[in-house]
Ligand binder design. Structure first.
Ligand SMILES: Nc1nc2c(c(=O)[nH]1)N[C@H]1C(S)=C(S)[C@@H](COP(=O)(O)O)O[C@H]1N2
Ligand SMILES: [Mo]
Length: 190
């Protein structure tokens, strides 16, 4: 009995070890891809540029108040957003002509199209807290990466969300152009 059991142990040990190694390899692989997936933004215009989150954070930053209303009337904000101007990003791939359209999209398939005026923050609808339309104060369209001093959370469209900002906290804009999880911005010439 005893010699038999002694012979069985090494075999068992080897099998268990192989199993543990396979499990460990699987866990490590999952952790690597799930923890901090790298995020890249593709800019498409006259040329194509791919920017990392770090490269976007190194660009000139702007800040302002973002306050949105969703299609079902839920208000989000006001919050302080920080990011880069959409016009600065587009300038890196040849800029936007008056007749061009800009397609901003995300991996979930969502897309919003801006014309040249909207890219500059013009011709967007603005509302007061009672959702009555107001004449538009100066607005800026930014690709935001911080909200209230913290990196934009995934639930709030992070790491990169298109946000319309104003100088004062009392200006509400429509939520539909606030594209969450932006990974591609494309200029289409017309
Ligand atoms: N990527 C992505 N962004 C999106 C949407 C979406 O479905 N996918 N919905 C848009 C619409 S229609 C609205 S009203 C707001 C809703 O913001 P919320 O999802 O934070 O409530 O996000 C906008 N951004
Ligand atoms: Mo919406």
């Amino acid at each position: 009995m005893i010699p038999v059991r002694r012979r069985a142990y090494p075999t068992l040990l080897i099998l268990v070890s192989i199993g543990l190694l396979a499990l460990a390899a699987g866990c490590l692989g999952t952790a690597e891809t799930d923890d901090y997936p790298p995020w890249n933004l593709t800019l498409l215009g006259d040329t194509e540029i791919v920017l990392s989150l770090d490269e976007i954070r190194e660009m000139d930053a702007v800040e302002g108040y973002g306050y949105a209303v969703s299609t079902v009337g839920i208000r989000y904000g006001p919050n302080r957003y920080r990011g880069v101007l959409l016009t600065d990003l587009l300038g890196m791939v040849g800029g936007v002509g008056e007749d061009d359209l800009v397609y901003v999209s995300a991996p979930d398939g969502y897309m919003w199209v801006f014309d040249a005026a909207q890219v500059r923050g013009e011709e967007l609808f603005t509302f007061d807290e009672n959702l009555h339309e107001i004449p538009s104060p100066p607005l800026q369209v930014i690709l935001a990466y911080d909200c209230d001093g913290k990196p934009l959370a995934h639930d709030n469209g992070g790491p990169l969300r298109l946000v319309v900002i104003s100088e004062t906290p009392d200006v509400i804009t429509e939520g539909s152009p606030w594209v969450k999880w932006v990974d591609k911005i494309e200029v289409r010439r017309r």
